[in-house]
Write a protein that binds this ligand. Structure first.
Ligand code: G3P
Ligand code: CA
Length: 265
């Protein structure tokens, strides 16, 4: 295993707001970031992809259909892939009404707009590169944007909460991103098999689905020098179970419930 700056076990536990506080506001919008701050989150997870004109846009699905009114605004543009729309077109969409009419006309933000809002609330960021194989050059563009805002790249002293973590299910692109931003801790999404852990000495965290872990796996990750924050833990009893396993935090649609579970732990 290559020597890396390893996590400090006294670092505070974190209840990361998944796609923003997505139980309470439309996922991956500025409203969901605001709601995260109001609900006591310290860190927000968002997903990013690239538009047709290479803007970095905050969106989970690779199509715009589920979380916007794209089908009404742009009929005939099926399958409504993010990659087929320019940022100007995406700016016309309503990404709030599908969730609740009180969020009508909530826009789809760019990464830059999300960073502005996170900075305004002094929130940390867990940034997921979503399906980067579809978007050649995405890791490079994201690294450029973050490098332009140098404070996001500052070293994370181990006694402070995580400031920025970049993660992806695509472990190759995650490694590429780590090369581009060596000061930023990176996370592998998914369960890395026990016999492959030593391939990933450059990674700081492994963030698997909470249904795929147990206390032995958490112990093994810690012994191997990784932190672990499973996703997506929404049930209060399950939060307590993963905390008992020894996780370093978890990703949840309910950061307020997560905060309470951590405080009571
Ligand atoms: O942060 C982990 C989690 O977001 C991964 O799953 O599908 O919600 O992006 P997904
Ligand atoms: Ca995600």
């Amino acid at each position: 295993r290559v020597a890396v700056e390893h996590p400090n076990p006294v670092r505070p536990l974190d209840a990361v707001a998944h796609r923003g506080a997505s139980a309470y506001a439309p996922e991956n919008t500025l409203a969901a970031i605001d709601e995260s701050a109001e609900r006591g989150a310290e860190t927000v997870e968002i997903d990013v992809q690239l538009t047709a004109d290479d803007e970095i846009v905050v969106m989970h699905d690779t199509t715009l259909a589920r979380t916007t009114d794209v089908e009404e605004r742009f009929p005939g543009r099926a399958p409504y892939d993010v990659a087929d729309f320019t940022m100007d077109e995406i700016r016309e969409l309503d990404a709030g009404s599908w969730f609740d009419s009180s969020f009508e006309d909530e826009p789809v933000p760019t990464l830059g707009e999300a960073l502005d809002r996170l900075e305004a609330h002094d929130l940390n960021l867990l940034l997921e590169l979503k399906e980067p194989a579809r978007y050649p050059g995405m890791a490079e563009l994201v690294a450029e944007e973050l490098t332009d805002r140098r404070h996001w790249l500052r070293h994370n002293p181990p006694w402070q909460p995580r400031h920025l973590v970049v993660q992806s299910f695509d472990w190759q692109v995650t490694e590429r991103s780590k090369e581009l931003m060596p000061s930023v801790p990176h996370a592998l999404l998914g369960r890395v098999p026990e016999d492959r852990l030593d391939e990933f000495g450059w990674a700081h965290l492994i963030n698997p689905n909470h249904n795929t872990i147990d206390a032995d796996y958490v112990d093994l990750l810690h012994e191997s020098g990784f932190e672990i924050m499973p996703y997506t833990v929404n049930d209060r009893d399950r939060m307590e179970e993963v905390l008992e396993m020894g996780v370093d935090g978890f990703i949840t649609n309910h950061p307020d419930v997560g905060r309470e579970a951590i405080d009571d732990f």
